[in-house]
Design a protein around this ligand. Structure first.
Ligand code: FES
Length: 282
């Protein structure tokens, strides 16, 4: 597990739900806007009460305040909702990766939570290190009985255009056959040779900034982070639930006097028409 970076500062509530669903595709009827209380079974009330009070920071209201027949503690979140810890000594510890509760925070709330957990001695790391889109952050915390809570946020950097790396010389145009797709690491783009010319397509997914890959068997670009797919012109594949946030961006192309393909990765082109060499495509 690697130490995790923090999101850029922002008080904006992310428009995406857990696992980065698209806002418009996310069914608000299924979304829990507010709940009244969460009942959590614990094996040792003293131990868990201290954890929810001191680590999570909930206000302890008192014990045995409700009709719950088991010994219990009532704690309050800063949103007014209650967490009720009910003691059940025979409760089996929860295996990791079973049900968890996820909370979507603003980037600044997330930064504060990470700092607080660090100060309390928790290692803040990401078990998905290297498998998250740029700007996607998550912390897992487990209570003494293994109840797992996930804190999530999406920083503003998830939606920014990623910086380019200047003009990239892709070599002579004549070396590319129709149908070729070549991936360039410098500047993070694909050079695609269509019948009607070249397109330089950015690898950065437009859902968030995940890095897409080319799938030759499907003739498409795929983002492994939340499964967005795009055709060979960078257009989102037309099926419900595709998380693509729009077409993949394209970079402007010029040809040198001796017919080399030059891609300017610092700029985004408005015109998505493939660039043909001279008057006709060779
Ligand atoms: S970053 Fe989410 S699908 Fe690409």
């Amino acid at each position: 597990m690697h130490p995790q970076a923090l999101p850029n500062e922002s008080d904006e509530r992310p428009g995406l739900a857990g696992h980065a669903s698209r806002t418009e595709a996310f069914d608000t009827r299924a979304r829990v806007q507010r709940f009244s209380h969460l009942l959590v079974g614990v094996t040792n009330l003293d131990r868990s009460e201290a954890w929810y009070r001191d680590v999570v920071g909930l206000d302890l209201l008192g014990r045995d305040l409700t009709a719950e027949p088991r010994a219990h503690s009532v704690l309050r979140m800063n949103t007014g909702q209650l967490v009720i810890l009910a003691e059940n000594p025979s409760f089996d510890p929860i295996p990791r990766c079973q049900i968890h509760h996820a909370f979507m925070l603003t980037p600044n709330q997330y930064r504060r939570a990470a700092e607080r957990l660090r100060q309390l001695g928790h290692e803040i790391g990401d078990t998905h290190d290297g498998h998250r889109a740029v700007g996607e952050y998550s912390i897992d915390v487990a209570d003494p009985d293994g109840h797992r809570y996930q804190l999530q946020t999406y920083g503003p950097e998830a939606f920014q255009v990623m910086p380019g790396e200047g003009v990239v010389d892709c070599g002579p145009a004549e070396r590319y056959a129709v149908g070729d797709v070549r991936a360039f690491k410098t500047g993070n783009f694909f050079l695609v040779r269509h019948k009607d010319g070249f397109l330089a397509i950015s690898k950065w997914c437009t859902h968030m900034n995940g890095m897409t890959v080319y799938q030759p068997h499907y003739w498409q670009f795929w983002c492994p982070f939340h499964d967005a797919t795009y055709d060979r012109r960078g257009m989102p594949q037309p099926y419900p639930g595709n998380r693509a946030g729009g077409p993949l961006r394209v970079h402007p192309i010029v040809f040198s006097d001796d017919g080399r393909v030059l891609v300017n990765t610092d700029e985004i082109a408005e015109d998505r028409t493939p660039m043909a060499l001279a008057a006709g495509v060779r």
